[in-house]
Design a protein around this ligand. Structure first.
Ligand code: FNR
Length: 181
């Protein structure tokens, strides 16, 4: 079984990014288990590192127990969301005990337009490379939620084949990194 930790950078109930993550999960190959991290964490405060909050411990465990990490990010003001950065900051600590180092990863994002999440993803990629993750380069997914989701939040139309091919490529990326270890 291949386990993927999923970090969705929106807490919104009807989040397009959560719908995209669920769409990727539903179109993924056999033998893959998606585990969604609880992203509703306290704000990072270095004073709390001496006694990590339970939710911060939990997200570190979700990432550490996974074979790969899928980052699903909205774009807020031409960057990725504070929710995403806060979760990354927690799981990257304490110093020397980052949960991310060496893990295979991919970034996708959904917005309401064709150009959305390009800048969010590019900035997030920079952070993940710093954290020494093995970030998949292609295919990139800049998902247009208006044309790509139906009213129930299911991936529809031409997007389905594309999201399926992304899911296959990502799982292959994660599995090849695991076999190289
Ligand atoms: C946005 N949105 C947005 N979209 C975009 O393509 N580029 C941007 O810079 C921004 N900036 C932005 C800032 C803030 C504070 C909000 C709340 C929204 C719109 C955003 O893409 C849209 O709200 C998505 O639906 C957010 O993702 P979820 O919550 O649906 O997953």
């Amino acid at each position: 079984m291949t386990t993927i930790a999923v970090l969705v950078g929106s807490l919104r109930k009807e989040s397009f990014n959560l719908a995209l993550a669920k769409g990727i999960e539903s179109l993924a190959p056999e033998g893959v288990n998606f585990v969604y991290a609880d992203m509703d964490l306290p704000l990072f405060n270095q004073d709390l590192e001496a006694d990590f909050p339970a939710k911060a411990v939990a997200i570190k465990q979700v990432v550490e127990q996974a074979d790969g990490v899928l980052f699903v990010t909205p774009e807020y003001d031409r960057s990725f969301s504070g929710v995403m950065k806060n979760a990354i900051d927690w799981a990257s600590r304490p110093w020397g005990q980052s949960s991310f180092a060496g893990k295979p990863a991919a970034i996708v994002g959904a917005s309401m337009g064709p150009l959305g999440t390009t800048q969010a993803q590019s900035q997030l990629r920079n952070v993940l490379l710093y954290l020494d993750m093995k970030v998949m380069g292609q295919p990139e997914v800049y998902f247009n939620a208006i044309t790509g989701l139906d009213e129930q939040g299911h991936v529809v139309g031409e997007s389905r084949e594309f999201i399926k091919s992304f899911a296959e490529a990502f799982v292959a990326h994660v599995r090849s990194a695991a076999s190289a270890r």
